[in-house]
Design a binder for this molecule. Structure first.
Ligand code: ADP
Length: 471
């Protein structure tokens, strides 16, 4: 089957979070299963662009309002990533380093979607499935089905995956001219709550809607920033498919970013060496259990509670644990995490920023990974942690509920119910007890490293879904 993914992120070309990891690995596993899966994304001016060779395939223009943006389509050459990667260069909009958080993001991503379809309608052989990801590509299903100019694409079934329903990309009708002209009869398909909403539009127009875990699918029907009734109405064409991970990129036996590689047999010495490197770097103590958090420092991840949790836990159990944070996000959380450092020197450290290598060493060297998320569509961090023998300490929500079972229920992780300081602190204390039960802890490490969360299963689930709508 010929499948095209359209996304704002794709690892290793551009990554802000889990979306990049999924779009950077799902197509690879679909290809391994015998299909022809590729990715179209914007051509950002990142390091990846400078370090790699691209071939120009196409040149065109995308008209947004009165502005005609010329664009070029590039294909990645010497491709080691397992699928064809096409990127669209749009001068004035994507010749920037960051992926998001510009004042003109609405215009940027609509132009990208229009450019992608302007190019696709010229293809000799059309895809059998167009699979879009998150609100930045949310107008694609609508445009394919309802815009005259894309009549040649009209019959292509579209799938839309909600990786994060919190970000909907809504904007006012004063900017409706950003979209190509269409019959006013269809306006309802882009509208939600008196605004233009690309996420809502995708849920209405895609042939199938998926979320990245079954539990998240259930939860968003109850809580998703106002879209709940729409999700409930479209439940019949919606499905939760749990994400997989790329077990070649995320493999402690071969991961080139680690200080020391390890297997199931050498897990104790391997984790010890990575922990030592971390402790040397961050002035921590290798003998204490190392708790970590990796991720966006935002309320959704429960990160706003971390400063208080760390303060209370380290005040009470001063010499019994170490905490290391890697993340960036809301300024006040970053500041609060920094402010704790002088007080707990030797037991706590934070690295504010994005650092891919460090994240890998932390998954390998830490003993416990904290994920107190308020909302977690799937969560990949806990899956990486499991693969690297690091015990997840998670709040039961979304994908965390689907992937981590508490040790009290004959499982392998520590789970708590509420995203509140007291509950998180208690979960940490339970983890400290587990660490002290050295034999049980070692066994759990070995057990979790063997859990299979590879894409093999999920890639096929998507293929089965495509088969049900394929022409
Ligand atoms: P999100 O909601 O942010 O997409 P996920 O758990 O799905 O959360 O994926 C997060 C991905 O981003 C993981 O690969 C994680 O290791 C990575 N990540 C998040 N923050 C950082 C950071 N500061 N440095 C390095 N990697 C990070």
């Amino acid at each position: 089957m010929k499948i095209v993914h359209i996304s704002a992120e794709c690892y290793p070309a551009a990554k802000a979070g889990g979306l990049a990891d999924v779009v950077g690995s799902l197509p690879k596993y679909q290809n391994i299963a015998g299909h022809e899966s590729s990715v179209i994304m914007p051509h950002y001016y990142t390091r990846f662009r400078n370090d790699n060779l691209f071939e120009q395939l196409f040149q065109g223009s995308a008209k947004i309002g009165r502005h005609d943006y010329p664009f070029k389509v590039f294909k990645l050459l010497q491709n080691p990533i397992g699928f064809e990667l096409f990127s669209i260069e749009i001068p004035g909009l994507f010749d920037r380093e960051r992926i998001y958080s510009y004042h003109d993001d609405t215009e940027r991503f609509i132009t990208f979607q229009v450019a992608a379809l302007n190019w696709m309608k010229e293809w000799e052989i059309l895809p059998e499935i167009v699979h879009c990801h998150d609100q930045h590509t949310g107008f694609v299903p609508f445009m394919i089905a309802n815009i005259y100019e894309y009549g040649r694409l009209k019959e292509i079934p579209t799938v839309f995956t909600i990786h994060n329903g919190q970000y909907q990309g809504q904007f006012g009708f004063d900017r409706m001219h950003y979209l190509p002209p269409f019959h006013s009869f269809f306006t309802g398909l882009i509208e939600w709550d008196k605004a233009i909403n690309p996420l809502a539009s995708a849920i209405k127009c895609a042939w199938e809607v998926t979320t990245v875990s079954p539990s998240y699918m259930d939860e968003i029907g109850e809580s998703m920033n106002g879209l709940e009734p729409l999700l409930r109405a479209e439940r019949g064409k919606s499905k939760g498919i749990l994400n997989g991970i790329d077990v070649e990129v995320w493999n402690p036996a071969t991961d080139a970013m680690l200080e020391k590689n390890y297997t199931l047999k050498t897990v104790e010495s391997g984790k010890k060496a990575n922990k030592k490197w971390l402790c040397d770097q961050f002035n921590l103590d290798t003998k204490k259990p190392l708790f970590t958090f990796i991720g966006r420092l935002v309320g959704e991840k429960g990160a706003d509670l971390l400063p208080e949790v760390i303060y209370q836990t380290l005040s009470q159990h001063h010499d019994k644990l170490n905490v290391l944070i890697l993340g960036s996000g809301e300024r006040h959380i970053e500041q609060a995490l920094w402010d704790l450092e002088p007080q707990f020197k030797g037991n706590y450290c934070s690295y504010i920023g994005y650092n891919e290598k460090l994240s890998h060493v932390i998954y390998a060297g830490a003993d416990f990974l904290l994920m107190p998320s308020r909302v977690e569509p799937c969560g990949l961090n806990q899956l990486y942690a499991l693969r690297y023998g690091t015990v997840p300490v998670v709040r039961r929500t979304g994908g965390l509920r689907d992937t981590v079972t508490d040790i009290g229920d004959q499982g392998f992780g520590i789970c708590h119910d509420q995203c509140v300081t007291w509950d998180i602190k208690q979960a940490i204390e339970r983890a400290m007890n587990l660490y002290d039960a050295a034999d049980e802890f070692k066994n759990i490490r070995k057990q979790i490293m063997q859990i299979d969360h590879s894409w093999n299963r999920a890639a096929l689930e998507y293929i089965e879904l495509y088969q049900t709508i394929k022409k």
